[in-house]
Design a protein around this ligand. Structure first.
Ligand code: ADP
Length: 360
């Protein structure tokens, strides 16, 4: 119809716009009547409309339900991680600040010779803070954060991955500056050849590379971060587009100590001397950041379990009934929580780093 109604269904005065638009945003993008779109989708589209009440060009041919999925599930308005939450990795933080945060904050300075790469690869064993870094970048650069796991594109969005990728990049370009974090990017840009590589996953990969090419050549303030613990699976095209490749290693002994203190200080009492701390750090060689978190969780259950064993009911237990967490709790926890990264996995990452990693 030609009714002049905006996405809320209220009257919208005639506005000048290019082409044959009638001011009815939802019916135009969907090619369907407004009735086909429910209220939550409408609200979501409305938020993406420009000051003129029109949906940006890039989103007009995309399916509203995919736009809504990107806005509600993939876009994270408040990633809520700061540099100070991340233990160690000083080198990575410094590189990232220069390479991607400054350019996002000052696009006017970072052009020409200084124009930044738009693709960053964070590789290394799982649970070492790659996702945290992605979120912190978005926070520091005041950018919108988008998180998607590449394997969900092929498993959950079978046959629709391509369309979702278009919606993702489309919404990101309306929410600039933006950081798009693609976890397990190897499963999307893998070099493994076709045994069973379906036509659809090939198309998905092509679409993804096209989208990257698009903002790489343009003036868009979009950064793509790929994360993987299997960098050796990436093909050459992927390596070419992810120009900066930073190795995110397992935490050092110092970083492990920091993680323990940080977590314990956050929620209560502990009683660990410097020697105790050294002992724990020695015993946790090879633990990832996320292993450390699990270890602290398990250790901090010690005092609680003990209090309950002494007959105190969980329902009436007071904080004061629990003693501080001590070395023995950690020693017990160490038997339960084992390191999750294998020597093999580590070796492969380190070798790949020597060959393809960015040094600065
Ligand atoms: P990755 O993306 O590398 O697999 P994450 O960034 O998702 O790992 O980390 C998982 C969890 O492990 C984090 O939420 C955090 O609690 C802990 N963690 C991992 N690395 C670090 C680190 N360097 N500093 C502090 N916590 C960490």
């Amino acid at each position: 119809g030609f009714s002049r109604r905006g996405v809320r269904g209220n009257f919208v005065p005639p506005i000048r716009s290019n082409g044959n638009s009638t001011g009815n945003v939802t019916s135009r993008i969907a090619g369907k009547g407004e009735d086909a779109i429910d209220d939550s989708t409408k609200r979501c589209l409305e938020l993406l409309c420009g000051p003129d009440g029109e949906l940006p060009e890039k989103l007009r041919n995309l399916e509203p339900r995919l736009i809504e999925h990107v806005s509600n599930e993939i876009m994270d308005r408040d990633p809520n991680v700061r540099w100070d939450d991340i233990a160690g990795l000083d080198h990575a933080k410094k590189c990232v600040t220069e390479m991607v945060i400054w350019p996002l904050l000052r696009p006017d300075i970072f052009k020409g010779c200084r124009s930044p790469g738009r693709g960053l690869l964070l590789f290394g064993p799982p649970g070492t803070g790659k996702t945290m870094i992605g979120k912190a970048i978005a926070g520091e650069a005041k950018a919108t954060f988008f998180y998607i796991s590449a394997s969900s594109l092929t498993s959950k969005w079978i046959g629709e991955g391509e369309k979702l990728v278009r919606a993702l990049f489309g919404v990101a370009s309306c929410r600039q500056p933006a950081v798009i974090f693609v976890d397990e990017i190897d499963s999307l840009l893998s070099q493994r050849k076709s045994e069973g590589e379906h036509e659809s996953s090939r198309r998905l990969k092509t679409q993804f590379l096209i989208e990257m090419e698009g903002f790489d050549s343009g003036n868009e303030q979009i950064l793509l971060i790929g994360a993987t613990n299997r960098p050796q699976e990436l093909d050459e095209a992927a390596r070419r587009r992810l120009t900066k490749r930073l190795y995110i290693p397992l935490p050092t002994s110092e970083a492990r100590a920091w993680i323990i203190k940080n977590l314990l200080e956050n929620d209560g009492l502990f009683n660990l001397s410097n020697e105790d701390m050294d002992t724990i750090c020695k015993l946790t060689e090879g633990y990832s950041g996320s292993d450390m978190k699990n270890l602290v969780k398990d250790a901090s259950m010690g005092p609680l379990r003990e209090a309950l064993k002494q007959g105190i009911e969980i329902t009436t237990l007071k904080k004061e009934d629990m003693r501080p967490v001590n070395l023995q709790d950690f020693e017990k926890a160490l038997q339960e929580v084992r390191p999750s990264v294998s020597h093999n996995e580590l070796g492969t990452c380190e070798k790949w780093n020597e060959q393809f990693g960015s040094l600065s």
